[in-house]
Design a protein around this ligand. Structure first.
Ligand code: ADP
Ligand code: ADP
Length: 226
């Protein structure tokens, strides 16, 4: 479990584009925080800095009280879920779930335990021997969630995880993510451009525009004075 703290975090890309102008805010341990705003406002950049996939140009970023500016992605206690699933097509669901753990050198029994726990939690139990192409979009996105889950990270990062799903599936996977958050009680940072998604899912919401934080509040407070 870990809180996430942004202190004057700034991102300037090599071409001079300022994607994030000095963001300062805290995400509490166990909180589900949504980052929302139009395309290009800097949501992904913020998330990718937490993941360690983008360098931080100025300021400090802490996870669980540790400054992570110079910490490699694999050494951060995080796991990220991408919008395009990023599943290995030639591997079964079980192999997809186990792959990252094998790379990290976990032993067989521990991998089996974690894969089973993730499959139970996400209702993937009957699908462990299937290949991704034999599954629906919603099922594949659950496997993508499972791949993050097996890491047992302190912080989950989700980058528009519903954007490749049709409207009906979006609703059910969104509900599943909320349930997952309740069960695990871990910190989650969830990026979306969809205001309805933000309002239904977030415990608090960071509203971004043009790389600047406009508001940070609960859905209720944002609803009452938008
Ligand atoms: P969002 O996730 O809200 O759509 P991004 O964080 O992807 O926004 O992008 C924020 C801004 O930074 C945009 O203006 C985008 O074009 C720019 N940007 C993103 N990635 C890069 C990059 N690698 N190099 C230069 N500019 C980038
Ligand atoms: P998203 O906003 O969902 O990340 P994009 O299509 O904006 O999707 O970006 C896809 C990839 O391209 C990202 O890795 C991002 O960092 C990079 N990117 C986005 N904008 C720019 C840009 N202006 N220059 C270079 N790379 C960019």
């Amino acid at each position: 479990m870990a809180d996430v703290r942004f202190d004057g975090v700034r991102k300037v890309y090599d071409n001079g584009q300022v994607a994030v102008h000095g963001a300062s805010f805290d995400i509490a341990d166990g909180e589900l925080m949504v980052l929302v705003g139009p395309s290009g406002c800097g949501k992904s950049t913020l998330l990718r800095m937490v993941a360690g996939l983008e360098e931080i140009s100025a300021g400090t970023l802490s996870i669980g009280g540790r400054v992570v500016n110079d910490v490699a992605p694999k050494d951060r206690d995080i796991a990220m879920v991408f919008q395009n699933y990023a599943l290995y097509p030639h591997m079964t669901v079980a192999e997809n779930l186990a792959f990252g753990l094998k790379l990290r050198g976990h032993d067989k029994a521990e991998i089996a335990r974690r894969v089973q726990a993730a499959a139970d939690m996400l209702g993937l139990d009957g699908m462990l021997d299937k290949l991704p192409r034999a599954m629906s979009g919603g099922q594949r996105q659950r496997v993508a969630l499972g791949r993050a889950l097996v890491r047992e990270p302190a912080v989950f990062l989700l980058d528009e995880p519903l954007s490749n799903l049709d409207a009906k599936l979006r609703h059910s996977v969104r509900t599943e993510i909320a349930q997952l958050h309740r069960k695990l009680g871990t910190t989650m940072i969830y990026v979306t451009h969809d205001q309805v998604e933000a309002m239904t899912l977030g415990q608090r919401i960071v509203v971004l525009n043009d790389g600047v934080i406009q508001q940070i509040d609960t859905p209720m407070a944002l609803y009452e004075r938008p």
